[in-house]
Design a protein around this ligand. Structure first.
Ligand SMILES: [Cu+2]
Length: 510
């Protein structure tokens, strides 16, 4: 069954209203529940999980510096919607099946509120994980204006919880950004892009391992999940009616595994103004935007003088990336459609500023520590391929303990055939470069022999980042300063199938 494209309108995500708000703080309560929602008009309603009855969750909008408290409440059923893999660490039969813990991706947050994977809780907080400390999370929002997102992070089932629907936007605003006169209000639209597959009855499809490695246990961990439809804001291949003017779109790849290389079939430029961690120094006009899972790009598209035109956003990134098949243009090679059919309601006075603001550069000589960290590909006891960071598992002793306030450079030495989007909690970093090296020689001698010159970050990556693509056959270097909090955090691959199966490590700021 192939669903029609551009049959449904793009949903505009609701903005969450606080329970209380005064001078000193803002308080939200957010319930996670199971419900049915229409993801395409030709499909029966789909049972999904969401926040406050919405998949994707409502957008949380805060001001830079605002003290925000959120009570995340698990009102989900006791039985999971999707197949658990009980052989995966943290998801054995000794823990309740449905566990949740919320992480605001890209936020600088005290450790107790960061959503540590073992700080999970069940319905009514009846059972909690070993690292659980409190019900109400605190977000100080020290950061500049940026596009963040919140999603589930429970150990061993993150891929299933996020795929079921537990993800939404978290946007920080500030006065500087408002002063730039960017397109705003109904001309500023967050777009969360995900891939999914469906069963005939409209229910979500997630694979079980075809060959059961353990006869008595259900297993579902796969090296990657690649869906056969693309959803934006929770609708399959939607369309959006726009006015002939400028719009700001905050693009987020919230897929489990799929990368996107986004283009407009009109050939027009996308003006990128921001990366994961906020505005860039200067906007750049680009033909395409590459987004690995968890990456964001803040872009302006100008529909001026395009009255009556239909413009399709396409995707040509292979899946898995970069070694997989190119996408079929008729299905997953299509993302959504813009229809320039609305009359211009007022003169467009918004601008694409030529300068967006200063971007202080972290200097290599300010680094007090260099870490060499491999990305590894190995086989488990059942013959299944899985990935590690620095050849270590989640439960191995902590080896990364940066000092509070110190600057470090990390070398990500990718020994696998995949690109891995590596995400570090707590900090934003800057990408220094990528450089090709001899993988086979490294495996034998454990020494890096470079085979070419270093490649500077792509123009679209020249800003604050919290997720970086570590490509095969390359050493990727980034620089970051650890703070302002001490304590326990995690770093991991954001391909959720990898993250759930050991490609995640704790680190501690001391
Ligand atoms: Cu990975």
């Amino acid at each position: 069954m192939v669903l029609s494209k551009f049959a449904d309108k793009l949903p505009i995500l609701p903005v969450l209203k606080p329970c209380r708000k005064d001078q000193s703080h803002t308080y939200y309560e957010v319930k996670m529940t199971e419900f049915k929602q229409s993801l395409h008009s030709e499909l029966n309603d789909t049972t999904v999980w969401g926040y406050e009855g919405s998949y994707p969750g409502p957008t949380i909008e805060v001001e830079s510096g605002e003290k925000v408290f959120v009570k995340w409440i698990n009102n989900l059923p006791e039985k999971h919607l999707l197949p658990i893999d009980y052989t995966v660490h943290g998801a054995h039969l000794d823990v309740p099946e449905v566990r949740t813990v919320v992480h605001v991706h890209g936020a600088s947050v005290e450790p107790e509120s960061d959503g540590y994977p073992e700080a999970w809780f069940t319905k009514g907080f009846k059972q909690v994980g070993p690292y659980y400390t409190k019900k109400v999370y605190r977000y100080d929002n020290y950061m500049r204006a940026c596009t963040l997102w919140y999603h589930d992070h429970a150990l061993g089932i993150t891929r299933l919880n996020v795929y079921a629907g537990l993800a939404g936007f978290y946007i920080i605003r500030d006065q500087h950004e408002r002063s730039l006169n960017l397109p705003c209000g109904k001309y500023e639209i967050p777009l969360i892009i995900q891939d999914k597959s469906f069963n005939k009855d409209g229910s979500l499809y997630y694979p079980k391992q075809p060959e059961k490695p353990v006869p008595e246990l259900e297993t579902s961990v796969v090296p990657e999940f690649i869906g056969d439809t693309i959803l934006v804001n929770g609708k399959v291949w939607p369309y959006l009616e726009v006015e002939p003017r400028k719009y700001r779109f905050r693009l987020l790849n919230a897929s489990n595994t799929r990368f996107y290389r986004l283009k407009l079939d009109s050939g027009q430029l996308l003006y990128q103004i921001g990366t994961d961690g906020g505005l860039m120094e200067y906007p750049i006009g680009v033909q395409e935007i590459m987004l690995a899972p968890a990456e964001r790009a803040d872009v302006i598209i100008d529909f001026t003088n395009l009255e009556g035109k239909n413009i399709i956003m396409t995707n040509d990134a292979p899946a898995p990336f970069p070694g997989g098949d190119p996408p079929d243009p008729d299905t997953v090679g299509t993302v959504m459609q813009f229809r320039v059919t609305l009359p211009l309601s007022s003169i467009d006075t918004s601008v694409i500023p030529s300068y967006l603001g200063p971007l202080p550069k972290l200097r290599e000589r300010s680094a007090s520590k260099i870490r060499y960290l491999t990305l590894d590909d190995i086989t488990d006891q059942y013959g299944r391929e899985f990935m590690l960071l620095d050849n270590k598992r989640w439960d191995d002793p902590i080896t990364e303990a940066p000092k509070l306030g110190s600057t470090e450079i990390w070398y990500l030495i990718n020994l696998t055939n995949d690109s891995h989007p590596i995400h570090i909690h707590l900090v934003d970093f800057q990408i220094l470069d990528r450089r090709p090296f001899d993988v086979e020689r490294f495996k034998k001698e454990r020494v890096i022999h470079y085979t070419g010159p270093s490649i500077p970050p792509e123009p679209q990556e020249r800003g604050w980042k919290d997720t970086v693509r570590a490509n095969p056959n390359q050493v990727t270097r980034m620089i970051m300063k650890f703070g302002p909090y001490k304590g326990l955090y995690v770093w991991h691959c954001h391909i959720l199938e990898h993250e759930d199966y050991e490609m995640m490590r704790p680190f501690v700021v001391i």
